[in-house]
Design a protein around this ligand. Structure first.
Ligand code: AMP
Ligand code: GLY
Length: 408
């Protein structure tokens, strides 16, 4: 089969890395791809990202199956455009992608369906949000309605922080939410018609600094370990959250397909939904693909069950100076080969090949991923590899996977 991956980050490199291992994969294209994916297939740099243009490209390349990484093309209707041309693609339609595209949509749907999620109020604009914030209570979680690349949420502990957040968040509608406490878990399932294939649980690390301090990012690292959720806990997530939402969307005439990602807070009363994403997680895809033993393509094409290696896997994101603010770019990256010689896989997230060599090209630069017979050794191996890599201004969290150690 000829495959096309849409996207060019660490998640897409991990998906491409896994897909090309399938005996069914003859050729892999990526748009725009990145220097890591370039080692696995052909990257097509220039398109506007317009759904019609992407569908034409897939047609011209005679692609048999397209896998979409990021949310933006999904929300813009890339699946609708492909299906209209009879092209096979993994992902939800624009209508079903509203689950991620609009927090107001997702929260309202969850309320209607009785899916556990934080209590919330909706504000039509910043002025109304300010008014609602003043009426209390704090802490309050303020979420901009639309897509914001992981930067549209502020957990405000005080009224002053809430006011400051409203001045900085993108304008439009807002969701004001009660703050939940517990441990965060990413639960992802592959959905194809009536078939729901849950992935192993993962845990992301959203804050930029160790011990969950500093502002939220797209994710500074993740690990995949079956001990994150027991079998009864996984059933709870499926029965209380995944199945009702899939049924709710089907009932509305907008059935979901593709990767459904529930970002959960595991509270004393069980799982609560913080957010839905309509795609694989980034960086969750990196440890997930690393731990998957069976053929991902067989699952996507035929719904084949997934077989997982028992060993936990860990991904540490190496970020550029300034991230999650404006990152510094153009710094030469050294040590990837040495890191890989330690047994890690280094996924490219924002790199560029230049005459000076491989350089940084964005906020999250690399995702160093490794596994081990148990979580402590998986963490140790990953950091051993991380230490081989260097670029000016590089920063990363030193506590990826630490919460999971309590389960070992
Ligand atoms: P979201 O994009 O909605 O997942 O929010 C980004 C991050 O903000 C989450 O991963 C949590 O760390 C945090 N967060 C979001 N909603 C809440 C909430 N209701 N209570 C506590 N933390 C939250
Ligand atoms: N790691 C969080 C996300 O993919 O949205």
């Amino acid at each position: 089969m000829k495959l096309l991956v849409i996207g060019g980050g660490g998640r897409e490199h991990a998906l491409a890395w896994k897909l090309v291992q399938s005996p069914m994969c003859e050729k892999l294209y990526a748009v725009p791809g990145n220097p890591g994916i370039e080692q696995l297939g052909e990257c097509i740099g220039s398109t506007s990202g317009d759904p019609e243009e992407l569908a034409r490209l897939a047609e011209d390349l005679r692609v048999d199956l397209t896998v979409v990484g990021p949310e933006l093309p999904l929300v813009q209707g890339v699946v609708n455009a492909f299906r209209a041309r009879g092209l096979r693609i993994i992902g939800p339609t624009a209508e079903a992608a509203q689950l991620e595209g609009s927090k107001v949509f997702a929260k309202t749907l969850m309320r209607e369906l009785g899916v556990p999620t934080a209590e919330f109020r909706i504000a039509e604009d910043a002025a109304q949000a300010r008014e609602l914030v003043r009426r209390g209570p704090v802490p309050v979680v303020i979420k901009a309605d639309g897509l914001a690349a992981g930067k549209g949420v502020v957990v405000a502990e005080t009224f002053e922080e809430a006011e400051a957040a409203l001045a900085h968040l993108p304008s439009g509608r807002f969701v004001l939410e009660e703050k939940l406490t517990g441990e965060e878990v990413s639960f992802i399932a592959y959905v194809d018609g009536d078939k729901v294939i849950p992935f192993e649980p993962t845990q992301d690390h959203k804050r930029v600094y160790d011990d969950d301090r500093g502002p939220n990012t797209g994710g500074m690292g993740a690990y995949c370990d079956s001990r994150i959720l027991s079998e009864p806990q996984r059933r709870q997530v499926l029965d209380r959250i995944i199945y009702p939402v899939l049924e709710g969307l089907r009932h509305r005439g907008t059935p979901f397909s593709g990767f459904l990602y529930a970002g959960l807070m595991w509270t004393r009363e069980g799982p609560y939904v913080l957010e839905f994403n309509v795609r694989m997680g980034d960086p969750e895809a990196q440890p997930l693909m690393h731990r998957m033993r069976s053929d991902l393509l067989a699952t996507l094409v035929d719904g084949a069950p997934i077989d997982w290696k028992p060993e936990p896997s860990v991904c540490v994101v190496l970020a550029a100076q300034g991230y999650p603010g404006t990152p510094r770019t153009g710094d030469v990256i050294r040590g990837i080969e040495e890191a890989e010689a330690c047994g890690a896989v280094v996924f490219h997230a924002a790199t560029k090949r230049t005459s000076a060599g491989l350089v940084t090209a964005g906020g999250r630069v690399l995702g160093v991923t490794a596994s081990g017979p148990d979580l402590p050794s998986a963490i140790a191996r990953t950091y051993q590899a991380v230490e081989k890599i260097h670029f000016e201004g590089m920063h990363y969290r030193r506590d990826i996977g630490r919460k999971g150690l309590a389960r070992w």
